[in-house]
Design a protein around this ligand. Sequence first.
Ligand code: DGJ
Length: 785
Amino acid sequence: MIRQTDDKFVLDTKSTTYAFRVLPTGQLEHLYYGKKIRLDDESGIYTDALCEKHEFAPGNNIVYDDKTQNYSLNDMRLEFSANGKGDNREPFIEVVHEDGSRTSDFVYTGAVIGKDKRVLINMPSSYDAQRDASTLTVTLSDKNYDLSVELIYHVFEDCDVITRSAALINNSKSNVKILRFMSVQIDTNDSNRVLSTFNGAWIREMKRVDRKLSRGRFVNDSCVGASSSTANPFVMFSKKCTCENLGPVYGFNLVYSGNHTEIAEVSEFGKLRFLSGINPKGFEYDLASGETFESPEAVMTFSDEGFNGMSHNMHRFVREHILRGRWAKEERPVLLNSWEAAYFDISESKLLKMAKAAKSVGIELFVMDDGWFGRRDDDKSSLGDWYPNTKKLPHGVNGLSEKIHDIGLKFGIWVEPEMISEDSDLYRAHPDWAMRIPGKPHSPGRNQMILDLANPEVCDHIITVLSDLFETGGIDYVKWDMNRNESDVYSPYLPPLRQGETSYRYMTGLYRILSALTEKFPDILFEGCASGGNRFDLGMLCYFSQIWGSDDTDASERVDIQTGYSYAYPPVTVSSHVSSVPNHQTLRVTPLETRFNVAAFANLGYECNLCDMDQATLDEVKKQVLLYKEWRSIFQNGRFYRGETVDNGNVVTWNVVSADGSASAGMMFRRLVVANDQRGVLKMHGLEGDKKYRFYSLPFKMDVRLFGDLINMISPVHVKNGSMIHDIISRFVKLDGEHEDTVTFGDALDLAGVELSPAYSSTGFNERTRVFPDFASRLYFAQKL
Ligand code: DGJ
């Protein structure tokens, strides 16, 4: 709901309020954002109490004009800030006018409340089927230059989300150079906050980093051409006391996949300014007379129900207003991917063997990863040559796809269309299509270069070639990869003075390609990937229904990576695979059970050679796939809760709840054994407090080899650890694992939890002992009675 009376604006969602007003000087003063408060009734809007009172401007500060001696813009909470009129903090906008000046002076000129959600021209944005006056457009005009700005707000009542974006319109006769134009600005007097960012690296994505804000500027940004695994655009502000289920949290994200920045600045007056948008570093845009430049959409939410509460708002928003098309609501198939099973060493016969094994355990989709095209035997060649390598695929892509379909599986393919290898037919034909500075050396990255998507001809070529592949290949799923960061940024297509637009235009070119292909092939399930999670963001999720979250398939690492994603992105957007051990990224050995348990809290896949597995392991995998399918709708689309971390993250718990609250699946993972620490408690949040639930785990058998030579405590004959006798015994003697089965209420599960069978602690063992060695985990279930 949006209300305006003259100079006051109040935007309400179900549980939050956002308010601002027009200052006597024409700028907008931000008044409030947070838990819902009452600011209006039938008689009007009452914001006077929230307006800052200023009688005298602070010393040594610039006052706005002759008439305004009582305040300086530098000490105001502004909804939109510019350079040059006394506000010394980071600005929302910075432009160079025709006369060379960099000063802007935007003041309020009008506002309109509209029904339809605004669709951005060059970028993806969220959508809203409801038409109920939830868009507000506020116009500001520069007093001295013919430029105007539209601040666009959209209220998503049910998920407590408000989006913001902005448009700069050049009404003047000359060009204007944009140096920065952000998406959102929030100024507040409460700088006593903790800023959390999600940082990492390749195979180490989304580590939450918390810092208490203090005077100065903190910048979370990416300048590699993608939203990056180094600094995801999602950030949170909370209080020191905030925990998973209690306390205030703000979440901010951006519907953009390129270079972005999130700036938190605490001023000399203790005011906190938050800005987010396209990274001004390396960015310049020449806005011609009559043109409009739009900033990406920023997404903001608030919850006073802790980090989980904030995540639920974001998850709901992503599911209902970002994901689109057939796959937004459809369950995702369990897949087998060929990459870690065979890398580049693939052939039709090998792939078919893998596919048959996949079918035998209940897998639904077979994905042929890298190595199928051109002369691609390693990562040194062929990107751009999207035709099959006939030595590996003698019957072409379609021939393979038909055989896979005959086995009873869906067929998926890997592509990396934004790239070009120097050793490729495409590069030999079009060297000027690569993004590189003509005549200058280019710094290498995975032996490949980025195609110049600022050039519309290159985009058209990609659309044509991939349309052909998707039309003729019998393809049900596409893994769209992107494996290098930008360097030597240059578009051979753009003139020298427009080179500052390259990264931005690359992104709008990519969005055009993705929009054309996803519209043309609505039944294909698209999965995004960028060396894993180098481009995991809301922009990509407007086209890709799921994203490969990390090249790291080690279950222990994945627990942290998936926990990181879960703050902003629902499980259905993340793909996660069970791979072989020792793990290829870490050489760590984790139990198959844990590899599955972790991957099950996402879109499950396998990425290992099933043909190399013994029957017992295949049987185990078959049971896993069956269990996943039974609980799939909840694993993928349930409400996800993080448990409070225990022992600095040594113990991690998650649970996910069905939409109607009737069932939940939970997991407990312990990284390393803590000696003589028997107690384990599993809480399940989000169930109906007054309803009774059966809480249970699944019966399972344990391998006696887990106990090493302790077997001699009960064996009548001596058994040498690791000997053939030991192996033979293990085949015939299986031990019963502990089994939970109890009845309790939803609120008891939430607040007290279930005291689990005690963990093994060296003083004894029976069938009620939870044998929990390093990297062990268990799944638990609750079902309403
Ligand atoms: C990087 C991806 O993240 C991997 O899963 C795999 O597809 C390789 N690229 C293939 O080159």
